[in-house]
Write a protein that binds this ligand. Sequence first.
Ligand SMILES: [Zn+2]
Length: 95
Amino acid sequence: MLTQGTFRTVSKSGAITIPAKLRREYGIQSGDGYELFVEGKNIILKPYLPRCIFCGKQENVKNYKGKYVCQNCHDAISEALGKEPIAEQQRSVEK
Ligand SMILES: [Zn+2]
């Protein structure tokens, strides 16, 4: 938690520079994705975590051709298409 406020102004394009000390401390690098959340009058910045395009979950999400799909939806789709879920395929290989 930030214990000391740091004054920053908003540029014409709407950008606000995050102080280098904070970027180092939180591992923020150029090109990293962040999401903005509004809570009352506060704007909260959180690291971007991709969501499954089907259910919106952020756990066990993999990128496939630029789209993010979670393991549960992947397995459900595979089953709907008549293919075994990945876990079943791995068990078959192990046999
Ligand atoms: Zn999903």
